[in-house]
Design a protein around this ligand. Structure first.
Ligand code: NAD
Length: 437
């Protein structure tokens, strides 16, 4: 099948790679010329395991191509995916301008019947809105070309995105006509081999399903962070509590980790969007609002722990391990590490940070107080405290003997409960985890 994709970010590029791998012909377009040139030259602009290799193979095979000209997508693809960004606006509502711009472009370039698939995370009613934009552009051209708009939200997890695309838990399709559903079924057939993965519903239900899934996952995290606070007060260990409740089949073990709060390009944005959508329809989301509040507090917790230990952060040298919002990605949007670094710098500390893949920061106002180091060990010289923020594999083992030799003070603040408090303490360190005695 000939597929077109608007947007070559985390979702667009992974979708493109995944469909090309199974033999579809894929054309991608992006307004970012530098990004397209980079991809055309064989460099993948994002860090996502397996993605470069997959794109390289499809480029060699010749069934994927990249362009900055929307006509290349609209003229050649029977199915067109919209995978552009929907960032938060100041009031939390999502900015739909990129989606609307793409809808207008499709309407102005379309000459034959097309199936348009909205993959971006968008408020309920957006598939209908895209449809009405395309219809009004076609009307203004005085042409009547049949088209359908389907909602097909994406559930991939950054860090394992390609694998998620290849083996989805489910494929949500919001459509109400049999022919569109048939197209989606055959498009995704290679990913539904051992059992049917398509869950078909209205576009409104599909759009809400995406927000509800992210809200549920974020709720589990904030819930555990709240229980972690209680654990600290009662002298309980949140790690034991997690194991204790995760074995209940009704609860399950995943997404129950207390930590330094959630970040990323989706949870914070999608929770804010859900609250704002509720206000628009005259209702409220007290659970979602509480989840966001707990998360804001959680992101401030690591600095708070340092403040209570040292009295003040002024003049401290802080080693920070991890910048991305979670391991195996270079995405730093809303990352807990950035919140921590901002707090540390604002209160007069100096920061030495290391991340296995993130090597630059845009925030120029920080640069004189925040050094990005080449290795985890480079962060530690004369450090007063080590903060662990992102649980990359390479941080899992800790050479306490080395830390003892090079750090000025022996303080560890473990924002992901990665290390053993007893081992750290017996090596003479002050150890502070999340919700642990
Ligand atoms: P991103 O910011 O990484 O990429 C968006 C891309 O769209 C950019 O490269 C941008 O240049 C391009 N773009 C903007 N306007 C365009 C236009 N008119 N024509 C062509 N390209 C255009 O975003 P992302 O993380 O891939 O997310 C895309 C959507 O998918 C969002 O709605 C997001 O909420 C949703 N989503 C993201 C994830 C994730 O893990 N990142 C997971 C599921 C869903």
């Amino acid at each position: 099948m000939k597929i077109g994709i608007f947007g070559t970010g985390y979702v667009g590029l992974v979708t493109a790679a995944g469909f090309a791998e199974v033999g579809h012909n894929v054309t991608c377009v992006d307004i970012d010329l530098a990004r397209i040139k980079q991809i055309q030259s064989g460099v993948t602009p994002i860090h996502e395991p397996g993605l470069s290799e997959s794109l390289k193979k499809s480029l060699e095979r010749g069934n994927i191509c990249f362009s900055t000209a929307p006509i290349d997508v609209v003229a050649n693809s029977s199915v067109i995916f919209i995978a552009v960004g929907t960032p938060s606006q100041f009031d939390g509502s999502p900015d739909l301008s990129h989606v609307e711009e793409v809808a207008t472009t499709i309407g102005s370039l379309m000459t034959e019947s097309r199936t348009i698939v909205v993959k971006s995370t968008v408020p309920v009613g957006t598939a209908r809105r895209v449809s009405s934009i395309i219809r009004s552009v076609l009307d203004s051209r005085s042409v009547d070309i049949p088209f359908t708009v389907i909602s097909n939200p994406e559930f991939l997890k950054e860090g394992v995105a390609l694998n998620d695309f290849r083996k989805p838990d489910r494929i949500i399709v919001g459509a109400n006509d049999e022919s569109s559903i048939g197209i989606m079924r055959s498009l995704y057939e290679p990913f539904s081999r051992n059992h049917e993965k398509l869950v078909v519903m209205s576009s409104e239900s599909a759009e809400l399903t995406k927000y509800a899934a992210n809200a549920m996952l974020a709720t589990r995290i904030s819930f555990m962070n709240e229980i972690a606070r209680l654990s600290e007060k009662f002298g309980a260990d949140i790690e034991d509590v997690r194991r204790g409740i995760g074995t209940d089949q009704r609860i399950g073990p995943d997404f129950l980790y207390a930590g330094a709060g959630f970040g990323g390009s989706c949870f914070p944005k999608d929770l804010a969007a859900l609250s704002s959508m509720a206000i628009d329809v005259g209702t409220t989301t007290p659970i979602i609002d509480a989840v966001q509040l707990v998360n804001r507090q959680q992101k401030a917790l690591l600095a708070q722990k340092a403040r209570s230990h040292f009295g003040s952060l002024e003049g401290l040298t802080c080693a920070v391990w991890g910048l991305s919002f979670k391991p195996s990605t270079d995405d730093i949007r809303e990352s807990s590490a950035l919140s921590l670094i901002e707090d540390l710098i604002r209160e007069g500390a100096n920061v030495r940070v290391y991340d296995p893949v993130v090597k630059t920061l845009d925030s120029s106002e920080w640069l004189d107080r925040c050094a990005i180091c080449e290795s985890r060990n480079d962060t530690l010289h004369n450090a007063d405290v080590l903060f662990l923020v992102t649980e990359w594999d390479e941080f899992k083992s800790l050479d306490l003997e080395y830390l003892t030799r090079v750090m000025r003070q022996r303080v560890i603040i473990d924002g992901r409960n990665l290390w053993d408090p007893k081992v750290c303490r017996s090596a003479g360190f002050h150890y502070f985890g999340i919700g642990r005695p």
